[in-house]
Ligand binder design. Structure first.
Ligand code: MN
Length: 323
């Protein structure tokens, strides 16, 4: 009688870029951001969301508010709303503690209050870090006025997730508008989101925030918004004479963690593994903008060994987020 093959239990799946709408905050969004088609799925934090997680084999969603969250609000408006949003996210997680964790929403327009809210969200509410979206009132997040947020993130040892939002209208007008009608995705996930978020990441390195906060941890989605592919070239050209001394590639590899959200590509993943190493890649889907099932199905086929696949699916997240 032959011995049956050993059965491997399915690895736990933790997904890191899974969005929702808070009913109060999302009411403040304009037509473009209000997401008429996605609205019901973003607002649902119970039955349908969990059913779709079960169907696809997603064990835990680390929830984050969808873009632009509080980033177009002034400080006075954003501070009390962010508190209520984070309190309600805590209630959601408490209803399904084995299925959800959370990234806090920050009132970034008031950086000192945002740093305090990050601390409250992590220490009192159990959040795993925070997500920021695109420009904050038109400013890039590397602007020195936002550094209190990074200082507190380092002190708390939690990551800040840099997520896309609608690009600056001036950029849309100058770079994309000829094609917006025929290809509306050019301004968002098709191109504009990646350009702007990669720019945020590049600017963060150039700002030398990581020299001031050497333990700061940043997460980017979509397998790094194209940066792993470009790291060598950025590093080479930034080292040319005329540029200030800077170790671009080394800094990026030391301070960034990248998720697979919405970029289920073998070649992009292998490039990211080669540039960043397997310990810096975490699983993410980008629900509900991207369906769960293609994400988990893709992970079963990625050309990596079982141990490396498991690091992406749960091990790296458990370490980075202390889950
Ligand atoms: Mn997303």
């Amino acid at each position: 009688m032959s011995t049956p093959p050993p059965t491997h239990p399915r690895p736990q799946v933790i997904a890191l870029e899974e969005h929702y709408f808070d009913p109060e905050l999302s009411k403040l969004f304009d037509g473009y951001e209000a997401q008429p088609k996605m609205g019901p799925r973003l607002l649902d934090l119970d039955h349908e969301r969990i059913r779709l997680m079960d169907e696809a084999g997603v064990d835990i969603q680390v929830l984050s508010h969808a873009a632009p969250a509080t980033h177009r609000l002034d400080g006075a408006t954003a501070v009390p709303i962010a508190r209520r949003v984070n309190d309600r996210l805590r209630e959601t997680i408490a209803r399904h503690p084995s299925r959800f964790a959370g990234f806090a929403t920050l009132p970034a327009a008031d950086p000192q209050a945002a740093a305090d809210e990050l601390e409250r969200a992590v220490v009192e509410l159990g959040m795993k870090g925070a997500m920021v979206h695109g420009l904050t009132q038109g400013l890039f997040i590397d602007d020195k006025r936002f550094w209190p947020i990074f200082e507190r993130a380092q002190a708390l040892d939690v990551p800040i997730y840099i997520h896309p939002s609608r690009p600056n209208p001036v950029v849309i007008d100058a770079y994309y508008k000829d094609y917006v009608k025929e290809f509306p995705s050019i301004t968002n996930a098709g191109w504009g989101f990646g350009v702007e978020t990669a720019t945020q990441a590049v600017r963060l390195v150039l700002s030398r925030v990581f020299e001031t906060y050497p333990k700061l941890k940043i997460i980017c989605g979509h397998l790094g918004e194209g940066l792993p592919f470009l790291l060598w070239r950025i590093d080479m050209t930034m080292s040319r004479s005329g540029n200030s001394p800077l170790y671009f590639r080394e800094t990026f590899r030391e301070h960034f963690w990248l998720t697979t959200s919405g970029n289920f590509s073998h070649s992009a993943l292998l490039c990211t593994v080669m540039e960043m190493g397997i310990d810096r890649i975490l699983f993410g889907i980008d629900y509900p903008y991207v369906e769960n099932a293609p994400g988990t199905a893709w992970m079963q086929e990625v050309p990596l060994c079982t141990e490396d696949r498991e690091k992406i699916l749960n091990g790296n997240a458990k370490r980075l987020l202390r889950m």
